[in-house]
Design a protein around this ligand. Structure first.
Ligand code: ADP
Ligand code: 5GP
Length: 212
C-alpha cells in the first residue's frame, strides 16, 4: 500500500514500549519494512553493542562521560537509566524529522515515553505485552544475545514495566506475531488520521466552499 508518511502533514511520533523480549524490535522492524518512509529515532546508549547492532544505525553507542555531558547540554528530549545503562533520545534529530512531515518511531522505555509526552507534548503511545511470563522468559533466552545475569535483570524489571501499561493509549499482546503486527499497523494508520497532524486541511477544503 502507498506509504502514508508523506508531505502536507505534521509527522506522527509513534512511541512503542514493552518489557525486554516482548517482541518490540521484531514488530517495529516489520512496520519499518512495510513503510520505509517512516523515520526512526536513533537513541544514544551507554550499553555495549549486541549481536549485529551497528553504531549510528541501531544506536549511537557512547560512553557514560559523554552521555552525562549531553544531559547537561540539554541534548536529549528524554533520557533514562534502564537495566543499568543510560539511554536517551536526541532532541533535534527528532524535531527536524517531524517538522518535515516524516513520521518517527520511538523504541523507548516507559519512563522515556512519559517524559517525551510531557516534554514535547506529542506522540501516540503503544505498549507491547507478552502473552505470559513463561513465554517472555523463553523469548529472552531463545534470542541468545544476553547473558543469564542480563536476562534475570530484564525479567525482574518486566512486572514493574507491565504494571504501567494502562497509561498507554494502545495495548498490543504479541502472542501470534502476524496478529500482533496487524494491530500495531492499524494503530499506526489510525493515529495518522488525527486532526492535529492535518493543519489547514479542513480550512482549505472549506475555503471558497460557499462561492463554488
Ligand atoms: P524486544 O525488542 O522487545 O526486546 P525482540 O523483538 O528482540 O524483543 O524479540 C525477542 C525474541 O522473541 C526474538 O528472538 C524474536 O524473534 C522472538 N519473537 C518476537 N515475537 C514473537 C512471537 N510473536 N512469537 C514467538 N517469538 C517471537
Ligand atoms: P535494549 O538494551 O534491549 O536495546 O533496550 C532496553 C530498553 O531501553 C528498552 O525498553 C528500550 O525501549 C529502551 N530504550 C531504548 N532507547 C531508549 C531511549 O532513548 N530512551 C529511553 N527512555 N529508553 C530507551
Amino acid at each position: 500500500m502507498p506509504d502514508p508518511s508523506s508531505s502536507g502533514r505534521q509527522g506522527l511520533a509513534l512511541i512503542v514500549s514493552a518489557p525486554s523480549g516482548a517482541g518490540k524490535s521484531t514488530l517495529i522492524g516489520r512496520l519499518r519494512a512495510e513503510f520505509p518512509g517512516v523515520g526512526y529515532s536513533i537513541s544514544c546508549t551507554t550499553r555495549a553493542p549486541r549481536g549485529t547492532e551497528r553504531d549510528g544505525v541501531d544506536y549511537h553507542f557512547i560512553d557514560a562521560a559523554l552521555f552525562k555531558e549531553r544531559i547537561a547540554q540539554g541534548y536529549f528530549a528524554e533520557w533514562a537509566e534502564v537495566h543499568g545503562n543510560y539511554y536517551g533520545t536526541p532532541r533535534q534529530q527528532v524535531l527536524d524529522l517531524l517538522a518535515k512531515g516524516r513520521d518517527v518511531l520511538f523504541d523507548i522505555d516507559v519512563q522515556g515515553a512519559k517524559q517525551l509526552r510531557a516534554n514535547l507534548n506529542l506522540g501516540c503511545t503503544v505498549f507491547i505485552l507478552p502473552p505470559t511470563r513463561e513465554e517472555l522468559t523463553r523469548r529472552l533466552t531463545g534470542r541468545g544475545t544476553d547473558t543469564p545475569e542480563v536476562i534475570a535483570k530484564r525479567l525482574s524489571n518486566a512486572s514493574r514495566e507491565i504494571a504501567q501499561a494502562p497509561w498507554f493509549q494502545y495495548l498490543v499482546v504479541n502472542d501470534d506475531l502476524d496478529a500482533a503486527y496487524d494491530e500495531l499497523r492499524a494503530v499506526y494508520l489510525a493515529a495518522r488520521c488525527a486532526p492535529e497532524l492535518r493543519p489547514g486541511l479542513v480550512e482549505g477544503l472549506l475555503r471558497g466552499w460557499e462561492e463554488a
